[in-house]
Structure formats: structure tokens, C-alpha cells
Design a protein around this ligand. Sequence first.
Ligand code: GLY
Length: 367
Amino acid sequence: MSKVLTVNYEGKPCYDIVLDDSFGALKERVAELGFEGRKICIVTDTNVKPLYSDDIMNLLEPISSAIYTYAIPAGEANKNLGEIEKVYEFLIERHFDRHDLIVALGGGVVGDMAGFVAASFLRGIAFIQVPTTLLAQADSSIGGKTGVDFNGYKNMVGAFYMPKLVYMNLSTLKTLDGRQYASGFAEIMKHGLIKNEKFYIWLIDHIYEINDKDPDTLIEMLYESCTVKKNVVEKDPTEKGDRALLNFGHTLGHAIEKHCNFELFHGECVALGCIAASFISWKRELISKEDYYEIRDMFVPFNLPISVENIDIDEVIKLTKSDKKADSNTIKFVLLKKIGKAFIDTTVTEDEMRKALEEILWVEDDE
Ligand code: GLY
């Protein structure tokens, strides 16, 4: 079974998101896009290279004039301009020109970096996203955000640059580590919470199938999740307004992630951030107490944390102010009007944040 969504950009069809259970249709897709006879560079990382790079090389080799793989050392610590320069050098040495193609194969870090290389090399060369983690499939491969971290700030340098195709082989999820899978799921849950209550309920009703990675459930789940993301980025591709709704759970989530020195996964911090933002929404009487507790507790069966230990609340609050998403001195918070309806609010106080962080702070019981 396969499904396709088309993402529009500036009112015109721009790229397809293909959801499939193999890499089988990738060659045909790449040829259809006009890259037959062109050079291809698969940009991946050292973790993903041994898993899928040979498969993709063998698949695309018959239609390309020359195909190469470049592996960035795995991990967020390498998401920097120094590593980008090395990819430029690799492409220059192999005489890549503006008509050739980059294939971003891997998780969110690879997608952002390969996309940034594509956006900037020769003022822009085509790229396609082949995301292999749930986080990249649900979130980062869609919408054209590319970039690197800079001086300790996440995604500080980058560009909006659209891929020519997003090709998801959902069977890659079978071998994905459990924590990584749960981390990606947090972004999916977020999509239900901000835009689609029916989808949120569907997720709760399919806990077992989702945790078992049942193929039909996965394709349906990602189709609905990608539809939310597609609709948001189509309306506001460069985050002038509503795209910021996708940052639900990210204001405090990013601050916790940084405070914990990236020892917690991104999605784990997003889950904590979603709980904190839902708590503030409840305290403002926007959602009910029952809704709040349901949201919080629903992260548990999906193997996501609902509390965190050893955080310094003042430090976390301080970090929210240095986040790129803070507009000069105003913190853009995303709250829930109801489940499935989020809005941007710039009036959340330090006191509200403190109480929300106290709610998720795990304190050992003395008794
Ligand atoms: N990950 C949020 C966005 O793409 O805007």
C-alpha cells in the first residue's frame, strides 16, 4: 500500500510526499523528476550509511551518470558549518553542477544539513528527502526548513528551501530504536493536539497497533500527521504566522533539551513541553482538567516521559528567552483553546511557566 500527498508552495504544486513500505518506487520518481543521467550524491550519516546507503546506490545507479555517498559523522554535535564545508568540498572535487541531485538519507540532522548544502551550493541545487526516522518523517523532512546549529544555538543558520520530493519508506521504522521511535511519535501527537482532535482520538484508540508498528496503522498515522504539517506549511511556508503553531511544546521543550545537555531526545522534551503548555491552558480555563490529565497520561503508553528530574526551573526559564523562537523580548508560546485548536500567545508569564515546570518536575517521595 502506498499513499501520496502533494505539498503546494506559493499556490502551485511543489513536491510530493510518498508514503511507501519499500524504496521500490524511488528510482521511477527520481527519473520522473528529470534527474536521469545526472550525478547524485547521497548525503547521510555514519549510522544510517551501513543500513540503507548501498540499497539506494544500487537502486539509483542505473539512472545516474555517477553516484556517491557522503557520510557526516552522526549526531547533533556535528550539525555545524565545519561539516557543511566538507560536503561542499566533496561535491566540488566530483564536479557537481547545478543540474545534479542531492539525496538526504537519514534523520532530522541529516535532512537539515543536506538541505542546507542544497540550498547554498552553487546558489541552490535540487535535493530530495528520504527520511528514515519517525521524527524526520513526521516533521523535519516536510516544509523546507534547512540549517545548522551555531555557537550553541539550535538551527541558528539556515534557509527555507523546498525539496523536489519527500520519499518515506516506512519499513525503515522497523529497525528504529525504541526511544527514537517514541521521540518521533511526540511530534505526531503534537499534530493531533494543535489541529485535529479526531486524529488525536484515533491515536489513543490505536496505541497497541502504533507500538507494534503495524504497517497499515503506520501509513494511516503518517498520512494524517503529514496532512496536518502540509496544511500548516502551505498556508505559512516561512513562519510569518501560523507555522509557529508547530512549535507547540517547543518553547519549554527546547529549553529543557538544552538544559539537560541534549541527554534527553528532542521528542521526549517536546512531550514534556506539550504537557507544560497544556497545563497552562488548563490553568487559564481554556481546556478542562480532564482534558489536561488525558493529554498528560496519553504520553505514558507511548513510552514518553511525563516528568523530568534534576532541572533547575529558573535556568530553564532563562533558556526560553535565548531561544531563537523568542521574538526580541517576547516569548511566543503556543497554547490550546481546545484539543485540536492551538493559538499563539505572547502573554505567558514567568510565574505560569514556573508552575508548569513544577508540575512536570519529578520529586522523589520521602515516604
Ligand atoms: N518543525 C517545525 C516546522 O517545521 O516549522
